[in-house]
Write a new protein. Structure first.
Length: 170
């Protein structure tokens, strides 16, 4: 984007810090919105365990494409390429990342033992920016939603709106 790598690095860091979600496309997988924490010059993610976000295509030593959106308007701000590193559970880097991640994890079903569950059954991944930012794609990136098991159980009964929005007669 710019001729100055320091400005590119600052743009990546500020935009990623302020965004609640980043769109990450791992090797051989579609882009997916993931929550993260910016810590020590990289985005950190936790997932691939029960109750956590999936991290498809993010393999240790691989490469990922990251697109950062604006927190308030939702538009794309910057795109960058990252080196993927899986942090070993219990290592110093893992402990530092998890201490930041646990403060940002919303609606955890087991907040008191969350970090031990992450160590046993999840992956903590660091996405470190490499080089300059990439060019933003032009046009819409709209795609068909990914398949999910989450569905509505059954249709809303026809009479429900009348029951909910009926005015009381006196």
């Amino acid at each position: 984007m710019t001729a100055d790598p320091l400005l590119d690095r600052a743009l990546v860091e500020e935009a990623t810090k302020k965004s609640g979600l980043i769109w990450v496309r791992g090797e051989g997988s579609p882009a997916r919105a993931l929550w993260h924490v910016w810590h020590d010059g990289a985005a950190h993610l936790v997932g691939d365990g029960p109750g956590e976000q999936p991290l498809p295509g993010l393999v240790d030593g691989g490469v990922a494409e990251v697109t950062v959106r604006s927190k308030d308007k939702g538009g794309r701000i910057v795109a960058w390429t990252a080196t993927v590193d899986e942090l070993a559970a219990g290592s110093e880097a893992w402990e530092a990342a998890v201490s930041e991640l646990k403060g940002k994890r919303l609606n955890a079903p087991d907040a008191e033992r969350m970090t031990s569950r992450w160590a046993e059954r999840c992956r903590v991944v660091r996405l470190t920016p490499r080089g300059a930012v990439t060019e933003m794609p032009s046009g819409s990136l709209a795609a068909v939603p990914l398949p999910t098991g989450v569905t509505t159980r059954q249709a809303v009964p026809a009479g429900l709106p009348k029951l909910l929005f009926r005015r009381r007669r006196r």
